[in-house]
Design a protein around this ligand. Structure first.
Ligand code: SF4
Length: 388
């Protein structure tokens, strides 16, 4: 056995490493830099002992703020950065998914879609419990919507987990169970303890207890998998529900739901939605702003009677016409529009004030829902609000 230094939640440890331990290490993290929940470490490396504090831990709220401001792969994110996650130092259950889909990106609430509904049903917990960050941490492998490819959503951005997971998960020292939802989380956390396929890894779930439970993705697209593997419903889910129930029952609940989760400080963004002005407008509680310079063709003033028109916040006519001619210049358009916003605080200030006070929806007319100025504007406002 060799003695090696490892970092656990900011502590440097020295421990004799039993044969085979590296096999359980998350792929891609050098063992010397590994951060693991202490309970996992105690079982895996029984004689681990603290040596010295190597650096003060960054407080979790500050770390979450830093994540919210991350633009590391902004250039390749079709809707721009919008990290979506929740976490608290007291979270006991950690759910590691893949990456937000377009709907979650729009709402800013993790698992706020059909997959989330099914996942909550699998776990036997309601929304109030699920969105209680003091009990449940929701940390995907990629924090921002990665866009779509030929076969559905793209994989989580590869930059994200190496950049943030070690720091973030190392702070979740009360986590007792980690659910690995989908192949990306399983590859990262189980390394070569994974089996040859996701099905085999899930079927071997008992091998990973008590720290991990590997799960398939609860997406409706996986319905055929669930039909082909009825043992998952018969064997895995009852055991999982029992474990999760016991784990969360021992913590004090905080009455919350998805709606109140929007305002939680551990959520990652203020509530600013964007949508095409031609879609049905949101009901009740939303302050709607039209952020185009031109009035949308075919819509009457009566139809948008409750909408405030802020044309001065839109891109200049010259910039709009330039981008209209060549939408492939998206990156350059973003840059130029951000410059215009910086030079025009009077244009966006009313939006920032409204978003600080409540739920805001930005309306735009463009057919292109992946590349338009409202996306850039929301990103800009969110940054401004976070630094208030
Ligand atoms: S996906 Fe991750 S690395 Fe990329 S911008 Fe979002 S938070 Fe940053």
């Amino acid at each position: 056995m060799t003695q090696r230094a490892i970092s656990v939640s900011g502590l440097s440890l020295s421990a004799p490493i039993p044969a085979g331990v590296p096999a359980g290490m998350p792929a891609g993290i050098p063992f010397d830099r590994l951060v693991l929940p202490p309970a996992f470490l105690r079982r895996t490396v029984p004689n681990a002992r603290p040596l010295r504090q190597i650096r003060p831990l960054q407080p979790l709220p500050a770390l979450l703020e830093e994540i919210r401001a991350c633009h590391a792969c902004a250039e390749v994110l079709p809707l721009g950065p919008r990290p979506v996650l929740q976490a608290s130092a007291t979270s006991r259950l950690l759910i590691v998914g893949q990456a937000p889909g377009a709907k979650v990106h729009a709402s800013g609430i993790p698992w706020d879609d059909a997959s989330g509904e099914r996942l909550r049903a699998w776990l036997g917990i309601d929304s109030a419990t699920f969105y209680d960050a003091s009990r449940v941490a929701l940390v995907p492998m990629g924090f921002c919507y990665p866009g779509r490819g030929g076969g559905g959503d793209n994989p989580p951005r590869p930059e994200c987990a190496p950049l943030w997971h070690e720091k973030l998960i190392g702070q979740l020292t009360n986590v007792r169970l980690t659910l690995l939802v989908g192949q990306y989380a399983q590859r990262y956390f189980l390394g070569n303890r994974r089996k040859a396929s996701l099905t085999e890894t899930v079927a071997a779930w008992r091998e990973y207890a008590p720290d991990f439970v590997p799960l398939p993705h609860p997406s409706p697209r996986n319905q055929p998998w669930l039909k082909r593997h009825p043992w998952f419903g018969h064997d895995v889910l009852p055991a999982l529900q029992e474990r999760v129930g016991a784990l969360l029952a021992s913590t004090k609940p905080r009455a919350r739901d998805a709606q109140s989760a929007r305002k939680d400080s551990t959520m990652t963004k203020p509530a600013i939605d964007i949508q095409r002005v031609y879609e049905p407008l949101p009901e009740g509680g939303h302050h709607c702003f039209l952020v185009d310079r031109l009035w949308p063709r075919g819509l009457s003033k009566e139809k948008l009677a409750n909408v405030e028109w802020l044309k001065e916040v839109a891109p200049s006519t010259a910039l709009r016409q330039w981008f209209h001619k060549d939408p492939e210049q998206w990156t350059e358009f973003r840059k130029r529009y951000l410059d215009e916003l910086n030079a025009n605080p009077d244009g966006w200030q009313p939006l920032a004030e409204a978003a600080a006070a409540g739920h805001v929806t930005l309306l735009y007319g463009s057919h292109d829902t992946q590349r338009n100025h409202a996306i850039v504007l929301r990103e800009y406002l969110e940054k401004k609000l976070q630094h208030k």
